[in-house]
Design a protein around this ligand. Structure first.
Ligand code: DMJ
Length: 655
């Protein structure tokens, strides 16, 4: 859908520019971080340039292959289904290993390099072409004199500075908006006394988390509840106060008024984006932009709208790439961006650039400036112009070439919230964004065909797809998908509503099993369906639990949409487990191993525990009049965005 169609209120379109920085460094979408460097920016730039040219020269061929040797063997020597199932997994009923040739014949599939369905010569020709281009670029770079490189850097910096000036110029003051009181921002007290008591307990947990943060780590990003001191994640660079901003809307809906006011004062006086900070664009967007927007829509306090737009403007340089696919990391002072060094061939990550849409549409809505919406609508255009292997979206996309990186597909880490945002873009547009709806249901169809399997003992799970081969592992992160399938069920293609509700219920059950099969009754980071196990983590580095929300998130949607009491029961089990195993005197801590009998605290109280886990739990024990799903969309950090109603003007931008 064109931006104009989504945003009828805008009067002054602003252009976008080119620019950007170089890939390199260290970090990771919510779970890995970048460290400070001793080098000055220019030196760092030159080093990175030379280093990347060298790497490209040496390993160009490897980089531009769509996947590992495993996939290569899939491209060059199509594996037989028998062999594949024997070595990769034991498919249960409905879990048949897919033969590429058969699949091709059955569906008349589209292709791309690495896609087994594309003729071998085409694949090789494209790989060769990519390889040669990379070599040419690397050679050009190496032939440059140091002065030339220096000049290029200065030009690049100038370009970035100009772009930033232009972006800022578009935001001299925000237009007045009519704030419409939110619907269901506080609900009635549940009539059932037992439910009421449980809800109160969850509010008490929020108080415990909040007061300990306030006491030991006020103004810092997160709390170390065992050490009783602040915890700083490099995801936010030197931006501070992640827990405060993430907690604002939870404080509001729990009617913790004084605490909300003190958080608001902190935002007014201390939340500062004029810092030299390299941040994760995705994390800052979902937690800070999302948290501020949500606080604005609930309270009507202008400070939150101003701060959200101010931060949105700071993030715009991330889109200054040849394709407009944003960088993962951005220095919000210099405007220089780059990607995670571990990401395939310098790619941006699907779940990161695909999880900006909801917030950016609202930023345009509240600022009266279409630039934000244009940026995210361009991401759509790029995605729609690309061929998708088997209809699936790979996790990696190179922002320079606009082409896919490795053919890895996941509904968990690296992919997850991209799918969530397609569905929610449709719902948030008051069901006018038909393009989002189509993309969502097409993607879900492909996911069902290629990734969803049933274990031999009847547990439905979502596996990961690597160039056509399945890894029979499901992440805790993937558990959000149960709620997503159920939330989209109403608008499913004809006759499929029940099917999607059922699928949501099956995923909820599997994720509950992953909790139930541990000692602490909280689930591991990832669990497997191979080697004779089902819904159990087998690798030591997958046994941790970091207070994540996805399982209770799915319970919340399933409860709201079915009112099956088992979801309240399961949610209460999670509350009891959190109290027993994660609560310490200084707050709540994650665990290093959920199968261990003794405490294994990781000593971090994640900000999303207050933003998401406790909010979803509270909603499960509230009546449906609190934040009704017909009026609100939860961003991927559980922050609230109102549906942009086409009938009723929720927010009017004066023109
Ligand atoms: C949160 O920041 C968000 O839910 C994100 O989508 C995924 N990771 C964490 C919670 O696990």
């Amino acid at each position: 859908m064109p931006v104009g169609g989504l945003l009828p209120l805008f009067s002054s379109p602003a252009g976008s520019g080119l620019g950007g920085g170089l890939g390199g460094g260290l970090g990771g979408g919510g779970r890995k971080g970048s460290g400070p460097s001793a080098f000055r920016l220019t030196e760092k730039f030159v080093l990175l340039l030379v280093f990347s040219a060298f790497i490209t020269l040496c390993f160009g061929a490897i980089f531009f292959l769509p996947d590992s040797s495993k996939l290569l063997s899939g491209v060059l020597f199509h594996s037989s289904p028998a062999l594949q199932s024997a070595t990769e997994h034991k498919p249960g009923p409905g879990g048949r290993a897919e033969d590429a040739a058969e699949a091709r014949a059955r569906r008349g599939e589209e292709g791309a390099p690495g896609d087994p369905a594309v003729p071998l010569e085409d694949n090789l020709a494209r790989i060769r072409e990519n390889h040669e281009r990379a070599l040419r670029e690397a050679k050009d770079t190496l032939q440059k004199l140091p002065e030339e490189i220096q000049r290029d850097i200065l030009l690049e910096k100038e370009k970035v500075a100009q772009n930033q000036l232009r972006d800022k110029a578009a935001f001299r003051g925000l237009p007045p908006v009519d704030f419409v009181p939110p619907i269901g921002a506080v609900g009635r007290v549940p009539a059932d006394a037992a439910i009421c008591k449980k809800r109160e307990k969850i509010k008490e947990m929020m108080k415990h988390a909040w007061y300990n943060y306030k006491h030991y780590a006020w103004g810092l990003n997160e709390l170390k509840p065992v050490s009783k001191e602040g915890h700083s994640s490099s995801l936010f660079g030197s931006i501070k106060g992640a827990t405060i901003v993430d907690a604002l809307d939870t404080l509001f809906i729990m009617e913790m008024k004084e605490e909300f006011e003190e958080a608001k004062s902190w935002v007014e006086e201390n939340l500062d984006f004029n810092v030299n900070a390299e941040v994760s664009v995705f994390e800052v967007n979902i937690r800070f932009v999302g948290g501020l927007l949500s606080a604005y829509y609930l309270s009507g306090e202008e400070i939150f709208r101003e701060k959200a737009v101010e931060l949105g403007v700071k993030l715009l340089p991330a889109f200054h790439t040849p394709s407009g696919i944003p960088w993962a990391l951005l220095n919000i002072k210099s405007g220089i961006g780059r990607n995670w060094p571990w990401a395939s061939g310098g790619s941006s990550i699907l779940a990161e650039f695909g999880t900006l849409h909801l917030e950016f549409i609202h930023l345009s809505h509240l600022s009266g400036n279409p630039i934000f919406a244009e940026k995210v609508m361009n991401i759509r255009t790029v995605l729609n112009n690309l061929q998708k292997p088997q209809g699936l979206y790979p996790n990696y996309l190179n922002p320079s070439s606009g082409q896919w990186g490795q053919y890895h597909v996941s509904v968990g880490g690296l992919g997850d919230s991209f799918y969530e945002y397609l569905l929610k873009a449709w719902l948030m547009s008051d069901k006018t964004d038909l393009e989002a709806k189509k993309m969502y249901f097409d993607a879900v169809q492909a996911i069902e065909t290629h990734l969803i399997r049933k274990s031999s003992r009847g547990l439905t799970y979502i596996a990961e797809w690597k160039g056509g081969l399945l890894e029979h592992k499901m992440g805790h992160l993937t558990c959000f998908a149960g709620g997503m399938f159920a939330l989209g069920a109403d608008d499913a293609p004809k006759g499929r509503t029940q099917h999607y509700l059922q699928l949501g219920a099956e995923i909820a059950r599997t994720c509950h099993e992953s909790y139930n099969r541990t000692f602490v009754k909280l689930g591991p980071e990832a669990f497997r369906f191979d080697g004779g196990v089902e819904a159990i983590a087998t690798r030591q580095n997958e046994k941790y639990y970091i207070l994540r929300p996805e399982v209770v998130e799915t319970y919340m949607y399933m409860w709201r949409l079915t009112h099956d009491p088992k979801y309240r029961k399961w949610a209460w089990e999670a509350v009891e487990a959190l109290e027993k195993h994660c609560r310490v005197t200084g707050g709540y801590s994650g665990l290093r191993d959920v199968y261990l009998r003794q405490d294994s605290y990781d000593d971090v109280q994640q900000s999303f525990f207050l933003a998401e886990t406790l909010k979803y739990l509270y909603l499960i024990f509230s009546d449906d009049d609190l934040l009704p799903l017909e009026h609100w969309i939860f961003n991927t950090e559980a922050h609230l965005l109102p549906i942009l109603s086409t009938n009723r003007k929720e927010v009017g931008v004066d023109e």
